[in-house]
Design a protein around this ligand. Structure first.
Ligand code: ZN
Length: 283
């Protein structure tokens, strides 16, 4: 009874030679769900010997570009290399259909080139786009998925997802302040995967745009409080701003863990891209 959480991309909008953009893989049984599709996501997925065709669904927490910038790559790769007759399912907040339509419009020449060139390719990418607000996410499969609204204002709407399989449950928060919607998913769940920024450092940024991000993200301390308030066993932090390597003397993020540990006594994880955490219950 295990759900595997793999941090595919632990970076942020700031380009990094070491970290891909925001993306997390949730795996249970034979199913794989991609949460957000940031820069380099398929390179990291390839690091697990998986491809777009292995995905049971792509779920977007919100429509900030760093969280979907490589969705076009997922769409094209699934179309060319994935199952021929099975649509790629993309779940996201209201506005997702518009974003996907725009991506398809940008790909229209490529789609035509490939259909003209490959005799066995007779249809454009098959997509199943589902916009959600709150409650169960209607996907086939053994993993039960639900969503709830988060607080990333002025980015609206934004949502978090829960994934439940054989009594194990994990929540992917995305970018958000602590909020009742996130709490509603976390209550009774085992692990929280939360994007975080170091507000104690960013508050001294000389860049006004750096200061702007303070009011719509959680800090490690706030993410820890959310996990603690809801009785969770594990907190996994990702989306490190500034980069994990530059804040901690050993480059291992221990200072991020120490901040969270002031508010949460469970297991706390940080890591580089492809860091995997197994959330297990029972046998
Ligand atoms: Zn965001």
């Amino acid at each position: 009874m295990t759900i595997s959480v793999t941090l595919l991309g632990t970076g942020s909008p700031i380009p990094s030679a070491e970290r891909a953009g925001p993306a997390t893989l949730i795996s249970a049984g034979d199913e794989h769900y991609l949460v957000d599709a940031g820069r380099g996501v398929l390179m990291r997925l390839a690091g697990l010997w998986l491809g777009a065709g292995n995905l049971n669904g792509v779920l977007l927490t919100h429509l900030h570009s760093d969280h979907f910038t490589d969705l076009n790559d997922v769409i094209t790769s699934y179309w060319i290399l994935g199952p021929a007759e099975k649509p790629l399912t993309i779940v996201g907040p209201i506005g997702t259909q518009e974003v996907v339509d725009s991506i398809l419009a940008s790909l229209s020449r490529d789609v035509q080139y490939r259909m003209d060139h490959h005799d066995d390719l007779n249809n454009p990418p098959l997509l199943n786009v589902i916009e959600v607000t709150e409650g169960p996410v209607p996907l086939e499969g053994e993993v039960s998925i639900a969503c709830a609204p988060t607080d990333h204002k002025p980015v609206e709407p934004s949502i978090a997802f829960s994934f439940s399989h054989n009594e194990v449950s994990v929540v992917t928060a995305g970018d958000t302040l602590p909020c009742p919607g996130l709490d509603s998913l976390c209550e009774g769940a085992d692990a929280l995967i939360h994007t975080v920024i170091r507000k104690d450092i960013i508050q001294f940024s000389p860049n006004p745009r750096g200061l702007d991000i303070l009011d719509y993200h959680s800090s490690p301390e706030e993410a820890a409080q959310t996990a603690d308030r809801n009785g969770m066993s594990t907190l996994i932090m990702t989306h490190y701003v500034p980069d994990l390597n530059v804040t901690s003397p050993a480059g291992d993020g221990q200072d991020w863990v120490d901040l969270a540990a002031q508010h949460f006594s469970g297991q706390i994880e940080v890591g580089d891209d492809l860091h995997r955490v197994e959330i297990t219950k029972g046998d």
